[in-house]
Design a protein around this ligand. Structure first.
Ligand SMILES: Nc1ncnc2c1ncn2[C@@H]1O[C@H](COP(=O)(O)OP(=O)(O)OP(=O)(O)O)[C@@H](O)[C@H]1O
Ligand SMILES: [Mg+2]
Length: 701
């Protein structure tokens, strides 16, 4: 990397700075920045760092304090090359806080903005690392030389990012925890394969039993089915049963009507012959009816006679009563007339004519005669009535006899007819039954109704049992299939468990690996990396500088990083005068500064080249420049010269900016930036001057 040009506008003491002027570029190699105190030397390096990393590099100052007094905003632009590409970075910020940062890359013929860049990933270095390697602050060298072991150790650990080891360890711990958790989770779902196999075995056994039972049941089923087939069909059985039933009914009815008829006829003068043929009895009924109707006629006649006789009796009785009342009336009126007139004259109550006693008596005797005639008449009529009554009575009895006779004969006729009907019905059904049996004699070996009933029952029982067997077979089949699919499930489960066990095994291996990795990392830090390699490298690299910088007095730096954080690092250096390793506390101020520069240069150099482990890829650091702010202040001219010469020669860094306010020895011929300041305005200016003579000719005349 090489800074080629810088432009400041209102940056601290610089109102307007362009380095170098016109079309020139800052070269590679050592560039000294020279000028008196407070002229603005440090400002130049701060401007570079500010452009690259922003105000956070100066923790104690805010961005506004970098803006030139009285101005509202500042701008810095740094042009640089890196990996053969040209870039410039631009920062602008104001007092009120508005900031803008842009990175441009030269593509073809113009600078083009790189959008959304991140400076740390662009340089592949953290700001903190950059500050500790690229930039050596004013006073830092002296500080470094007198640093406490513990601080130095911390610094080295930070610089070399050994803290990533702690991060790695905690990452590994987390990973270990995760994998242990994963393993436990898997183990929770784990079922021993033997147990699943046992289940499969048990189910297989059950299915073998089911198979055996099924084949037995199947045989039984076939046997039953065969048996059922040998029976007559249900319809035939039913038909026969119906025929038997009808026949039985007819038989019963026939016998009941027959016995009714026989019982009834016993008590009559009739015999069965009288009913054969039935016309005979009809004839008899007819003649009885005729006789009966004659008697009815006679009786009706007698009834009529009696009624008219009764009427005659009534009339005669009325006449007697009339005559009696006439006599009575006459007697009554005779009495009345006598009393009233006191004469013997009588007045006829009917004709009102005068009546004589004789006439009266005559009248009464006439009446009485009539009465006695009528009384004789009544006696005659009564005799006639008695005759009629007895006549009617005997007709009545005769009619009742006819009615009884007819009732019996009709009853008998009904019974006879029923008896005859059921006899023919019975004949018909018996014939039907016999025809049926003749037709189906093969099917019904024993047509006995009882046997048929038994046969029907037997068939029904067999059918019921057959259905039960079929149901049982169906259930067994279902159970069998269920078991088979369960077996498949269980085999899958075994596969899963094998997978699970494999996964658990893999996790165990992984856990083992993580544990080993942790151990390895720990060992790597304590023994290999820190103690053996890194520290040795720092010591070796420092040694390269120290002997030169101390004019050969000191060499062989001993660094021991293996101490704890508390004890830190022990720093010893060999004094070549007495050959003893001294603790650095005994060194002079100048020696300490020389050691500090050496250590600092070694660290910067190593930072850019060291690979944590042998296998790490070798890559060139992106930033390989060095900004040294006044490292030589405490050194005498000889040591200053030695260090400068060394830096001019050094190829470790492609560009080194070194600030010094002291005079530069005359034989140090290198590029220079001269910084001056106008005391009346406080404005700084700087000018670049290229080296005039080749250094090689001075060093190697
Ligand atoms: N915001 C600012 N505006 C103008 N001038 C400023 C501002 N901030 C600091 N300065 C001036 O910049 C100068 C400091 O410059 P710088 O630190 O670069 O000096 P230097 O040359 O490194 O001095 P030394 O040799 O003492 O280290 C001071 O004189 C200070 O007054
Ligand atoms: Mg300074």
């Amino acid at each position: 990397m090489q800074i080629t040009r810088l432009i400041f506008k209102n940056f601290m003491g610089y109102k307007q700075l362009e380095l170098p002027k016109a079309n020139e570029e800052l070269p590679e190699g050592l560039i000294l920045i020279n000028g008196q105190n407070s002229y603005g030397k440090s400002t130049i390096l701060e401007g570079v760092l500010f452009a690259f990393f922003g105000s956070k590099i100066f923790s104690a100052r805010n961005a506004a304090s970098f803006i030139t007094y009285g101005e509202s905003k500042a701008e810095v632009t740094i042009f640089f090359t890196m990996d053969n590409k040209k870039y410039n970075i631009y920062r602008k910020w104001g007092r009120t806080g508005g900031t803008s940062t842009k990175l441009f890359e030269w593509v073809k013929n113009a600078y083009r903005e790189i959008k959304n860049f991140d400076i740390e990933s662009f340089f592949e270095i953290s700001t903190e690392q950059a500050l500790n390697t690229v930039f050596v602050r004013q006073g830092e060298v002296e500080e470094l030389a007198s640093k406490k072991g513990a601080d130095l150790r911390e610094m080295i650990i930070d610089l070399f990012r050994l803290n990533i080891i702690d991060d790695a360890l905690s990452h590994l711990d987390q990973e270990l925890k995760n994998q242990k958790y994963n393993k436990e989770k898997l183990e929770k779902t784990r079922v021993p394969i033997e147990r699943i196999e046992e289940d499969i075995n048990q189910i297989s056994q059950e299915n073998t039993t089911i198979k055996e039972e099924t084949s037995k049941a199947y045989k039984k089923k076939e046997e039953y089915a065969r048996k059922i087939l040998s029976f007559p069909t249900d319809n035939l059985i039913k038909e026969l049963e119906t025929l038997y039933n009808q026949n039985n009914i007819n038989m019963e009815k026939h016998s009941s009507y027959k016995s009714d008829f026989q019982n009834k006829i016993k008590n009559t003068s009739l015999s069965i012959k009288d009913f054969e043929p039935i016309e005979n009895i009809n004839e008899r009924i007819k003649s009885l009816e005729e006789e009966k109707s004659k008697v009815v006629d006679l009786k009706e006649h007698a009834d009529r006679e009696r009624a008219s006789t009764l009427r005659g009796l009534g009339i005669t009785k009325g006449r007697i009563d009339e005559n009696k009342s006439k006599i009575q009336k006459m007697t009554k009126s005779l009495d009345f007339e006598v009393k009233k007139d006191d004469t013997n004259k009588l007045i006829c109550p009917t004709c009102h004519q005068e009546l004589t006693k004789d006439h009266y008596d005559d009248m009464v005797s006439k009446f009485n005669k009539q009465i006695s005639v009528d009384q004789q008449k009544i006696r005659d009529i009564t005799n006639n009535l008695d005759k009629y009554n007895s006549e009617i009575k005997s007709y009545q009895t005769e009619l009742e006899n006819f009615a009884n006779k007819l009732l019996v004969i009709h009853g008998l006729k009904d019974d006879y007819e029923n008896y005859q009907r059921y006899e023919s019905e019975l004949k018909r059904t018996t014939n039907g039954l016999n025809t049926f049996l003749a037709k189906n004699k093969e099917k019904f070996k024993d047509p006995n109704p009882e046997k048929i009933k038994q046969l029907a029952l037997e068939k029904k029982q067999l059918s019921t049992e057959l259905i039960a067997i079929e149901k049982e077979l169906e259930e067994k089949q279902k159970r069998f299939e269920k078991n088979e699919s369960r077996k498949i499930e269980l085999s899958d489960e075994i596969k899963q468990m094998k997978e699970l066990e494999k996964s658990i095994g893999e996790l165990e291996i992984e856990i083992d690996h993580i544990n080993k990795a942790k151990e390895f990392v720990r060992r790597f830090v304590t023994e290999y990396m820190v103690v053996k390699r890194l520290v040795k490298n720092i010591a070796l690299t420092t040694n390269k500088y120290i002997k030169d910088f101390t004019s050969g007095q000191y060499s062989d730096l001993l660094l021991d990083l293996s101490g704890t954080r508390k004890t830190g690092l022990s720093l010893k250096i060999k004094d070549n005068f007495n050959g003893v390793h001294e603790s650095i506390e005994v060194l002079s101020g100048g020696d300490k500064t020389a050691l500090g520069i050496a250590l600092r240069l070694a660290i910067s150099e190593l930072m850019s080249t060291i690979r944590p482990i042998k296998e790490s890829p070798k890559k060139n650091p992106k930033i390989d420049i060095l900004l040294l702010d006044e490292p030589l202040a405490a050194l005498d001219a000889t040591r200053r010269e030695r260090i400068l010469k060394h830096l001019i020669k050094s190829k470790t860094f492609s560009q080194i900016f070194l600030i010094t306010h002291t005079d530069i020895p005359s034989d140090i011929n290198t590029h220079k930036i001269y910084v001056t300041k106008d005391h009346s305005t406080g404005i700084s200016t700087a000018n670049f001057k290229r080296e005039t003579k080749l250094i090689s000719s001075t060093l190697n005349p």
